[in-house]
Design a protein around this ligand. Structure first.
Ligand code: ADP
Ligand code: MG
Length: 202
């Protein structure tokens, strides 16, 4: 990526299993090789593999600091830190947008990885704002478990309806657009008005 001398926001997004965490770890390792002081954060609710490490589905890992709230990142920031990496950024509260922006304004390089869409294929939490204010966005695909095509959606295969359901291959599959199964109500980002409902239902 281009070098931003005055701070930057890079967002890696895509569905589950697309390699977001691998890409974040790759960027973290390169910053470490460059001897830049880096801090890595993740939301405390993500304890799937490890309490403190960021771990990819291919078992790569880096140590991280779990935090409850977005503003905790500012509280834990060390003066010498030049690069901040945040995994599973979609799980943070909306303050993450201001926190990330403030870090970049201070001249830090901010790396974020997160799901662009939830299991209903609706933009996830703060991701639309983060993607809009980013200097660099990369959207990566997984492989559709049904047909092998590039997958952009995360299909929930359990019946739980909560937006946040921590899980792995037992609960989710990567799917392409053709094999992602959605319900009309679920796919609506805004309430369906009487004007658009008959058109969509057609
Ligand atoms: P993410 O953080 O986007 O969920 P990870 O970086 O943790 O993804 O893991 C990506 C790795 O997951 C791939 O390199 C591959 O080894 C593995 N993997 C498992 N299932 C799939 C799939 N359906 N499509 C692509 N990669 C998969
Ligand atoms: Mg990940």
């Amino acid at each position: 990526m281009a070098y931003f001398a005055h701070g930057s926001i890079e967002v890696v997004c895509g569905p589950m299993f697309s390699g977001k965490t691998e890409e974040l770890i790759r960027r973290v390792r390169r910053a470490q090789i460059a001897r830049q002081k880096i801090q890595i954060f993740k939301p405390a609710i993500d304890t799937r593999y490890d309490e403190t490490a960021v771990v990819s589905h291919s078992s790569q890992s880096v140590l991280s600091e779990p935090v409850e709230k977005a503003i905790d990142i500012l509280a834990r920031l060390k003066d010498s830190t030049r690069v901040v990496a945040i995994d599973e950024v979609q799980f943070f509260d909306n303050n993450i947008v201001q926190v990330v922006d403030k870090l970049a304004r201070r001249g830090l390089r901010v790396l974020c990885a997160g799901l662009d869409l939830d299991y209903k294929a609706i933009p996830f939490g703060p991701m639309p704002q983060l993607l809009a204010i980013a200097d660099e966005v990369i959207k990566i695909n997984a492989i559709c478990t049904i047909c092998g095509a590039p997958a952009t959606r995360s299909q929930r295969i359990s019946h739980n309806k909560d937006q946040v359901l921590l899980g792995e291959k037992d609960s989710y599959q990567a799917r392409c657009r053709g094999h992602y199964e959605y319900e009309l109500e679920d796919s609506a980002q805004l309430p369906l008005t009487s004007e658009i409902r008959p058109i969509l239902e057609n």
